[in-house]
Ligand binder design. Structure first.
Ligand code: SAM
Length: 473
C-alpha cells in the first residue's frame, strides 16, 4: 500500500480509532486521530493480516468538532483517544457507538436519551490514576501510563485529566522512586521491586490513598511510603499489594476473590461525598473514576426509580454501597449485594456513619439473589444493577426476574454487554426505556449508560417491605 492514503472513515472502533475501508484492500484501516465522516490524508503504519493502522495527517474540510489535542503525550500514551474532539464531537461519537451496539442486537427501536456532560469538564476530572514502572533506554526507572498498543511505560509528568492533587502525588512518587533507585519488578525473572501504583483522590476532601504494587515487600518500600507521607500531607494512607504473577493485571486476587493489601502508612480508607451520602473507599475498592459524573448518575437513578419509605430496593453489584446508600437516604428498605467482603465492610461502615439503615450481603449475585427472592418478591422491589464490563453472568437475568422487580435501573460501562443483556430482558417481556448517557470518561470512547426496564405487566407492591430496625439521624 502507498504510505499516504486519502480516506473517509465510516465508523468508530471501540478503542476510538476512526475506521475506513480502502477499495481493493482486505483489511479495514484504523485511523488514529481520525473522525468518522471527515475526509483527509492518513499515513499508513503497521499493516496486519486483519487490520491496518494509520495516523491522520490532515483533513480536507475539517470536521467542526476537531481540536488540537492539548496533551503533548496524546499519541504515545493513547489514554485519551478522543482528545482531538471537542465535547460535542465526543458526545456524538459515544452516541454512535451505543447506537451501533443496540442495532447489532436488533434493538433499533430503543431510543437514546439525555446526555450528561462531566461536571468537572474535560480536565482534572479523573480521581483514579494507574501507573506502571519500567526501565528507560538510559537504564533509569520510569513511571507513567502504559503506551498506546504497547506495554511500554510513557512518563506523564503533566497529566491534565487527573485531579490536580493526583498530579502532585504522582510527581512526588516518580521523583522519590527514581531517587531511591528502585528497580521495576520483572515477574519472569523475579528481579526488582516496584510494578505499579494506583492512586485515588476524593473529590470532596482532597484526601488521597495510594496502593503500591510490588513483586516483593522490602524495607525500601516502607521508606518510600514514609517519605511520600511527609512530602504530601494530602495522602491519608499508603498500602502495599503484592503481585508477582506473570500477566498484565495490576491486582491479583486471592482464592476468595479479594485484593489483599497491607498497610505501609496511614489510614485504610478515604471518604467521598456524593449528594447527601459519605462513602468510605479503601485500597483496591471499585469506586467511580469521575465522582462529579457519578453524583449526577446516582441522582438520575434516584429520580427515575423514586425510592421511598414504602419501597424495597435491591442494589446488585453494589461495591462500597454506591446506589444502595442513596436509596437508603430516601428511606427505602435496601439490600446491597457485592462479592468483595472488604467493599461490603466499607458499605456497612458508611451506612453506620451516615445513620442509614441498609443491609449488605457478601456473595455472588447468582448465588445470593435466589435467596433474596424468597423474602422480597412479594414486595415487588426496585432493583439497580451495575455489573462489571462483562455484563450480567449467565442465568442472572432469570434470578433478577425471580425478585418480581417493579422497575430495574441498569447502569453499564459497556454498551455491547448492555445490549446483549437487554435482549434477554426483552425476550422476557420487559419494556426498555431510553438509554441515558453520562460522560464518566471524558476524552475516551467509553461511556456510562443508564436505562430503566419495566415488566409489561408491572407488578404492584402487595405488601410493605419487611420490617427493619430504623436508625434515626
Ligand atoms: C462496576 S462496579 C459497580 C459498583 C457500584 N455499583 C458503584 O456504583 O460504585 C461492579 C461491582 O460488582 C462487583 N462484582 C463483580 N462480579 C460480581 C458478582 N458476580 N457478584 C457480586 N458482585 C460482583 C465488583 O466487585 C464491583 O464492586
Amino acid at each position: 500500500m502507498p504510505k499516504l492514503r486519502d480516506v473517509t472513515p465510516t465508523r468508530w472502533s471501540p478503542r476510538g480509532e476512526a475506521i475506513a475501508d480502502i477499495p481493493g484492500e482486505r483489511q479495514p484501516l484504523l485511523v488514529w486521530q481520525g473522525i468518522v465522516g471527515e475526509a483527509g490524508d492518513v499515513e499508513l503504519g503497521y499493516v496486519g493480516k486483519h487490520q491496518a493502522f494509520g495516523h491522520w495527517v490532515h483533513s480536507r474540510g475539517a470536521d467542526p468538532h476537531r481540536v488540537h489535542p492539548p496533551c503533548p503525550r496524546y499519541t504515545k500514551c493513547g489514554g485519551c483517544a478522543w482528545m482531538h474532539l471537542d465535547d460535542g464531537g465526543q458526545e456524538a461519537g459515544r452516541r454512535w457507538l451505543v447506537r451501533q451496539a443496540l442495532d447489532e442486537q436488533g434493538l433499533a427501536d430503543v431510543e437514546l436519551g439525555q446526555w450528561t456532560p462531566s461536571p468537572d469538564g474535560l480536565a482534572g476530572f479523573r480521581h483514579v490514576v494507574k501507573v506502571g514502572f519500567d526501565i528507560s533506554p538510559k537504564g533509569t526507572l520510569r513511571m507513567g501510563a502504559w503506551g498506546r498498543r504497547t506495554r511500554e511505560v510513557v512518563p506523564i509528568p503533566k497529566c491534565d485529566v487527573a485531579a490536580p492533587v493526583l498530579q502532585k502525588v504522582m510527581a512526588s512518587l516518580a521523583h522519590h522512586a527514581i531517587g531511591m533507585r528502585f528497580r521495576p519488578y520483572d515477574p519472569h525473572t523475579d528481579q526488582g521491586t516496584l510494578r505499579a501504583a494506583v492512586l485515588r483522590a476524593s473529590r470532596s476532601t482532597g484526601q488521597v490513598i495510594v496502593t503500591l504494587v510490588a513483586g516483593r515487600r522490602t524495607r525500601a518500600l516502607q521508606e518510600l511510603a514514609e517519605i511520600l507521607g511527609q512530602q504530601c500531607p494530602e495522602i491519608a494512607g499508603i498500602w502495599l499489594h503484592l503481585n508477582a504473577d506473570e500477566g498484565n493485571a495490576i491486582f491479583g486476587r486471592d482464592e476468595e476473590g479479594e485484593i489483599r493489601t497491607m498497610p505501609l502508612a496511614g489510614r485504610d480508607t478515604i471518604e467521598e461525598t456524593l449528594g447527601e451520602v459519605t462513602y468510605q473507599v479503601g485500597p483496591g475498592d471499585f469506586f467511580q473514576t469521575n465522582p462529579g459524573t457519578a453524583e449526577a448518575l446516582y441522582a438520575r437513578v434516584m429520580e427515575l426509580l423514586a425510592p421511598g419509605p414504602d419501597d424495597a430496593l435491591v442494589d446488585l453489584y453494589c461495591g462500597v454501597g454506591g446506589m444502595a446508600l442513596q436509596a437508603a437516604a430516601r428511606g427505602a428498605f435496601v439490600t446491597g449485594v457485592e462479592e468483595i467482603a472488604g467493599a461490603v465492610e466499607r458499605a456497612r461502615a458508611a451506612a453506620h456513619q451516615n445513620k442509614l439503615s441498609a443491609r449488605f450481603t457478601v456473595g455472588r449475585v447468582a448465588d445470593v439473589v435466589p435467596q433474596l427472592a424468597e423474602n422480597l418478591a412479594a414486595s415487588a422491589p426496585l432493583v439497580t444493577v451495575n455489573p462489571a464490563r462483562r455484563g450480567l453472568e449467565e442465568g442472572v437475568v432469570d434470578h433478577i426476574l425471580a425478585l418480581r422487580p417493579r422497575r430495574i435501573a441498569y447502569v453499564s460501562c459497556n454498551a455491547k454487554a448492555l445490549a446483549r443483556d437487554l435482549v434477554l430482558f426483552r425476550e422476557r417481556g420487559f419494556r426498555i426505556g431510553a438509554i441515558d448517557l453520562f460522560d464518566m470518561f471524558p476524552n475516551t470512547p467509553h461511556v456510562e449508560t443508564l436505562t430503566v426496564l419495566e415488566p409489561a405487566d408491572a407488578p404492584t407492591s402487595t405488601r410493605r417491605p419487611p420490617r427493619r430496625k430504623v436508625v434515626r439521624r
